[in-house]
Design a protein. Structure first.
Length: 174
């Protein structure tokens, strides 16, 4: 087999992509380390496990996402278009379950045309709420995940629905 200059360029491109992916992984790790409050550990996809983490938040996020899907079956979905919120819920659930979400899957989860979902992913990226990473094993695929900031904001949002015990042993909303 003869090695052509095109083969050499492809090999170099693959090495460059692999190096870029490694740098992205390091940057992501550093982002999360700097966002994790002292004395806490990472959870899910390297996201901060906040000291007040509550097991009901995953269920609340699942319920909110399911409620939105159920509502879309009964009413014209264009009445309630919030693909960014659907994506944030989906990515939060995936983070809590320790799962990776491909960009394609995130687009499907938003329940809008792919072009619309991709525009919203770009908006979420520009707001610093999500990060897109290339798959080091398949350059055609990319993954998306919440930033530490977005994860914290989702926790803050969901924490308002979680009952916590007060000093008298009674439950009140967080």
């Amino acid at each position: 087999m003869t090695v052509t200059s095109t083969d050499i360029l492809r090999l170099r491109a693959r090495k460059l992509i692999a190096s870029a992916n490694e740098l992205l992984a390091i940057a992501r790790e550093l982002e999360h380390i700097s966002a994790v409050p002292e004395g806490t550990s990472d959870a899910g996809q390297g996201l901060p496990a906040l000291p007040e983490d509550h097991p009901h938040w995953l269920e609340l996020a699942r319920r909110a996402y399911a409620d939105r899907r159920r509502r879309a079956k009964l009413f014209d979905p264009s009445l309630f278009g919030e693909p960014a919120w659907d994506m944030l819920l989906d990515l939060f659930i995936a983070a809590k379950e320790g799962k990776r979400v491909s960009v394609t899957s995130a687009c499907i989860g938003a329940d809008v045309p792919a072009t619309t979902a991709l525009r919203w992913i770009a908006v979420l990226e520009s707001q610093g709420l999500v990060v897109r990473e290339s798959d080091p094993k398949d350059a055609r695929r990319a993954f998306i995940h919440l930033t530490a900031t977005a994860y914290s904001k989702m926790i803050e949002y969901l924490s308002h629905d979680v009952p916590v015990a007060n000093d008298a042993g009674e439950h009140e909303a967080a």
